[in-house]
Design a protein. Structure first.
Lengths: 580, 88
């Protein structure tokens, strides 16, 4: 049997010969077009709509914005001497999870940090992500720690404030916190201008956080502005050391001194005791922090009497020579009796101030309506804050005239029943020192001309008061110990019983407010000593010598010409015609 | 036509090289600026520290102690003072 071979060629594959339906090709084509459309849409989505977000994300993987620190402004005194300056320090912190130190490394680190090794290991063993090991470390020590190149140990730059004046300047300057922001005093009052504004710059960092390239500066840092205070460093030192010595001598509880420039109203010195060291504030108590010149009030006592005499003279009711009967120093007023420390019969107005007679002062004061007396005290600035911009400034207490009883008006004339700050009292004495004008006070150095003061008294009255106050600070007055060789001084002492639990006790506030030279006043100095306990408590014995010591030194430091002959006087004149 | 193309192409290449050079220069200048600014900051810090040191050395307490104890200075009594009067 013979089989017929099947003819099969590759060219004619029967499978290929079959006609494919046309729709299949179209479906494939559509599918491919769909895919490419999807790709285009995705690309458009990424490139168009989402571009900013993605670019920012990409950049954030390598670009960083770093903060450029700005320094806090310096505080200087009126002569440009540094009172407060910030210098960089470093804080050492750790990520405990990353910090795996060999025992030798741990010992080296603990040595540099000044810590116990066990303490260090305890901190590094903590479960937190971030621990400070030591804050505010000196830069050279920090550099040695950085040179150890320990894993997980990092540093950050901070600033620390230093006060070269130490405790002497503590109350006026205040201090800053650990973050270099003001917390007290001038540091707080002027924090806005002293604090710098940190800048920012963009850099590119590698995976390990090292800066590879600087890209741009976003904004430059703005350093804080320097501030020149009205304080004079030398006068401040004089005031502080005189106050400190008086505190020791009289075993006083507290004390305060303020020195004003009578020509400009600038505060030249402001000292407080007890004080504190602003560079080391580990053990601070409230008593040390109190600024008794600006934020504490007290009953002024006899230092108010000259204002009553001035008002009586200003209104033409008396002249300095008018005689007043003081009834041997006793006067009944309702159920109360007003008495004098030293008794006299008939005194002139000038002698009432010189001998500090309560009865004489009350007799002058009760001649005015209460409103007149209130208006005068108010015009002198009592009862309203000084607006120095100082934090916690006290306004004192001066009750409205309509609820004054007669006995209250009487006691207010010799400084009881109202409270003032030492700065207010010193400022009020500017009216005597400046021919009747009152100036606003300033803690900041004044440039150029001071704006005119407000007239409270006529120049004639002010001059007559100066003569009276010179008598009070002279032989026969209550405070002859206020005298200074070579200069004429004027002022009034005050000794006030302290009010405790509604009763006046036998504890005292001794004060003295005065100015010098009396012929053309340059300085107003106010001294307050709280609870002197060394056997003496009269303002003329406790506070007046402090005034004398400060005034003598200050006038010499400022180069004020003496207005009274030194005894024995020696003068050297230049031959006429020789150039100065 | 080809010549014009070649000319334009060379302009493009030159401009591109210029951009690269300018970019490089700008980065160099910027890092130089950063260096100088860092130096200025360091000098500022040093100045602050020197001022601090100066004011510590010139503290009134220290001056007074040196004057009184080491140098034995004292205030002249009134009789020893001579007032120099300026010529009117």
């Amino acid at each position: 049997m013979k089989k017929k071979p099947v003819a099969v060629t590759l060219n004619h594959n029967p499978l290929l010969k079959r006609d494919l339906p046309a729709w299949r090709a179209r479906i494939v084509l559509l599918g491919l077009m769909g895919c490419s459309l999807a790709l285009v849409a995705r690309a458009a989505w990424l490139q168009g709509f989402n571009k900013d977000f993605l670019q920012a994300q990409g950049e954030s993987r390598y670009a960083r914005v770093l903060e450029v620190p700005a320094t806090r402004g310096r505080i200087t005194d009126r002569n440009g001497d540094i009172l407060a300056v910030s210098t960089p320090v470093r804080s050492i912190w750790a990520i405990p999870g990353d910090a795996r130190l060999s025992p030798a490394d741990a010992r080296a680190l603990a040595g540099l940090l000044g810590m116990n090794v066990n303490d260090l290991n305890n901190r590094l063993g903590s479960a937190r992500d971030f621990v400070y090991l030591r804050r505010q470390l000196a830069p050279d020590v920090a550099q040695r720690i950085a040179d150890l190149r320990l894993p997980g140990i990092h540093q950050q730059q901070e600033y620390r404030r230093f006060y070269p004046g130490g405790e002497m300047m503590a109350h006026i300057l205040g201090f800053t916190g650990i973050d270099d922001r003001g917390q007290e005093g001038i540091e707080l009052a002027f924090d806005g201008s002293l604090a710098g504004k940190p800048g920012a710059r963009r850099v590119i960092r590698d995976r390990r956080g090292q800066v590879v390239e600087d890209v741009e500066s976003i904004r430059p840092p703005r350093d804080g502005e320097d501030l020149a205070l009205s304080i004079d460093g030398k006068l401040q030192f004089l005031a502080y050391s005189a106050l400190r010595d008086a505190m020791e001598q009289h075993k006083a509880k507290a004390g305060a001194v303020v020195v004003l420039d009578a020509r400009t109203g600038e505060v030249l010195a402001l000292a407080n005791a007890p004080t504190f060291n602003p560079n080391n504030r580990a053990a601070l108590s409230g008593a040390q922090l109190r600024n008794r010149v600006i934020t504490d009030t007290f009953e002024p006592g006899s230092t108010m009497k000259p204002f009553i005499a001035a008002l009586a003279i200003e209104q033409g009711r008396v002249t300095p020579a008018t005689a007043i009967d003081t009834h041997n120093g006793r006067m009944a007023l309702g159920r109360a009796t007003i008495s004098d420390t030293s008794r006299h019969e008939v005194l002139t107005v000038a002698e009432v101030i010189q001998k500090s007679s309560n009865v004489g002062t009350v007799k002058m004061a009760l001649d005015f309506p209460a409103e007149t007396m209130w208006a005068f005290y108010d015009a002198l600035g009592f009862g309203s804050p000084l607006r120095l911009g100082f934090p916690g400034e006290a306004s004192g207490r001066l009750r409205p005239a309509r609820d004054w009883r007669q006995i209250e008006q009487a006691t207010m004339s010799y400084g009881y029943g109202l409270s003032v700050t030492l700065a207010q009292l010193a400022r009020a004495y500017l009216v005597f020192a400046r021919d009747g004008e009152l100036l606003p006070l300033s803690l900041v150095r004044q440039e150029g001309l001071q704006k005119a003061g407000r007239r409270v008294l006529s120049p004639d009255t002010a001059r007559e008061m100066r003569t009276m106050l010179e008598m009070a600070a002279g032989p026969g007055g209550t405070a002859p110990r206020a005298q200074v060789p070579g200069y004429r001084v004027a002022g009034k002492s005050g000794t006030a019983h302290k009010l405790e639990g509604g009763r006046y006790t036998n504890r005292y506030v001794s004060s003295f407010v005065g100015f010098a030279p009396a012929s053309s006043p340059r300085l107003v100095v106010a001294v307050m000593i709280d609870e002197p306990d060394g056997g003496q408590h009269f303002g003329g014995a406790v506070a007046a010598p402090v005034f004398a010591r400060i005034t003598e030194g200050a006038l010499r430091t400022l180069g004020v010409a003496p207005d009274m002959p030194l005894t024995p006087l020696r003068t050297a004149s230049r031959p006429a015609g020789e150039a100065l | 036509m080809i010549r014009a193309d070649a000319f334009l192409l060379s302009l493009v290449v030159i401009s591109a090289l210029g951009v690269v050079a300018a970019q490089h220069q700008s980065r160099q200048l910027f890092s130089e600026l950063e260096r100088q600014q860092a130096r200025a900051r360091a000098l500022e810090v040093e100045w602050g520290q020197l001022q601090l040191e100066q004011s510590t050395l010139a503290a009134h307490v220290r001056i007074e102690r040196l004057a009184r104890d080491t140098l034995g200075l004292r205030m002249p009594p009134p009789g020893q003072m001579i007032v120099v009067e300026p010529v009117q």
